[in-house]
Design a protein around this ligand. Structure first.
Ligand code: ZN
Length: 478
């Protein structure tokens, strides 16, 4: 059930999979289906933390994203709680909740970070691989170790195996570095696409990179993922592509309030309000990193400077969408999705942003119904992807395919797409990826010094789902 066993090899003769749409079409006409289960190619652009209110507020500076919302279909997505990116991106790609897919957050509460090896269900690319159909993955969360798929995969940890100081022409020698791509031959190609310090400095976001330091600022990683997708997609006949970019989330955690009209009003009216809030926060949480403008306190005079961080990153994301559209044809269904939105922090309104439980889903091209709008649940994303691709979803997935947003044929489900891999040993000790992840999460204030989720910034991240061993009921702890 659901396993990627050798029994599927027989149907993987080169080119054989290209025959099946015609066969399915013929079969459908025989049995009289109105809408044959013909498949389309699908590209998903995952933009972590993308928030509708910012798309509307900055619409004039976001031509591609605005046109997507206007010309395509879109939905407000209700997401599950706790609102944590690793959980939600795994749900988006699989259709299952955390208790089933096995990813309970960034770390398992005992200091070990979750990885792709902990995922207990098939994701879209696994199901396609079973059918001999290929995918291109660029940086999707929880894809390290890089999955063995039909197609090519750049794992989310690739970028951390290449510190800024490492020459990109040096071959990867460490075992950890080898599993950051599939196949291995993608490694040197991706390394050659890493943006260098000069490119980062010259970017419109160069001022942010200079402030953060290049390895911690999301631009280097996001740009790599986009470049890898731009390189691979035009030369593949893959049915599914996905690219993940993280920057809206990272920048919004620290800078969201400064572009919020209500926070701006408070700071303009009371020049010491921000400084008092920072001092209070640091008294309660002495290990917390100093927030931006925290030393002196932010006043109305600096709001222009502080308030441009988030909209400037959105401008970059808009250009990313334009670049991806440039390599994706109109017959392909192109989807932009986020895992959650953003809002001013409830507990630290002048200092931080926090995740909001409404995410963005927008689509254009392919089988999109132009102008359709709806509300949907994050559980609906994967079944919809399966339907668009003409692949059976799992009957035990809680969501359903959205035929109000897309023209979908009927594909009979399989009973489940869960895997029996509870006993997988993912190894002891800390990899280079673990250390880099921890540094990055700490820099953002996600983790305290002991590696525990930091409750001080963003209530939504203070909960960790503990994934129970197989056979026992799943538990959620506060
Ligand atoms: Zn997120």
């Amino acid at each position: 059930m659901g396993s990627l066993g050798p029994d599927i090899e027989g149907i993987r003769a080169p080119g054989a999979h290209r025959l099946w749409p015609a066969f399915a079409l013929a079969l459908a006409s025989v049995v009289g289906c109105v809408s044959p289960p013909e498949r389309s190619r699908v590209v998903v652009v995952g933009m972590d933390g993308l928030e509708y209110s910012a798309l509307h507020r900055y619409a004039r500076t976001l031509p591609n994203l605005s046109a997507l919302l206007e010309a395509g279909a879109h939905a407000e997505v209700e997401v599950t709680s706790p609102i944590m990116s690793p959980i939600l991106w795994t749900t988006i790609a699989s259709g299952y909740p955390a208790e089933v897919h096995g990813i309970g957050g960034w770390t398992n509460g005992r200091g070990k970070s979750f990885t792709g090896a902990d995922v207990q269900v098939e994701r879209v690319w696994d199901a396609l691989t079973e059918q001999g159909r290929s995918s291109v993955l660029a940086g999707w969360l929880m894809t390290w170790p890089a999955p063995i798929i039909d197609g090519q995969a750049l794992s989310d940890r690739f970028v951390w195996a290449y510190p800024m100081s490492r020459r990109t022409d040096q071959p990867a020698v460490d075992e950890q570095l080898k599993v950051t791509t599939f196949p291995d031959s993608l490694g040197p190609i991706a390394a050659g696409l890493l943006p260098d310090a000069a490119w980062l400095a010259a970017s419109p976001l160069g001022y942010q990179v200079a402030e953060y330091g290049a390895p911690s600022h999301p631009l280097r990683r996001d740009e790599l993922h986009v470049r890898v997708f731009e390189r691979l997609w035009p030369e593949t006949d893959a049915d599914f592509g996905c690219v993940y970019v993280n920057g809206a989330d990272q920048v919004s955690h620290a800078y969201w309030p400064f572009q919020d009209p209500e926070t701006q009003r408070v700071i303009r009216q009371d020049p010491t309000a921000h400084k008092r809030a920072v001092d209070g926060l640091l008294r309660r949480h002495p290990t917390r990193a100093m927030p931006p403008w925290g030393e002196k306190g932010l006043t109305g005079d600096e709001l222009g400077e502080a308030g441009r961080w988030v909209p400037d990153y959105y401008k970059y994301l808009d250009s990313v969408l334009g670049r991806i559209q440039a390599v994706v044809d109109d017959d392909t269904t192109l989807i932009v999705v986020s895992d959650h939105g953003f809002k001013v922090s409830g507990s630290q309104p002048l200092i931080g942003g926090q995740h909001r439980g409404t995410a963005v889903f927008a689509a254009v091209g392919g089988r999109t119904k132009p102008g359709a709008t709806a509300k949907m649940h994050v559980y609906d994303v994967a079944p919809t992807l399966y339907a668009l691709l003409g692949v059976p979803a799992g009957a035990d997935m809680p969501g359903h395919a959205r035929d109000d947003l897309f023209d979908l044929g009927f594909v009979a489900p399989v009973p489940t797409r869960t895997l029996e891999r509870g006993a997988i040993e993912v190894g002891e000790g800390e990899s280079a990826g673990d250390a880099a992840l921890r540094d990055q999460l700490e820099a953002l204030g996600y983790l305290d010094e002991e590696g525990r989720p930091n409750a001080a910034i963003g209530e939504s991240r203070s909960k960790t789902i503990v994934v129970a061993p197989e056979g026992s009921p799943p538990a959620t702890t506060p």
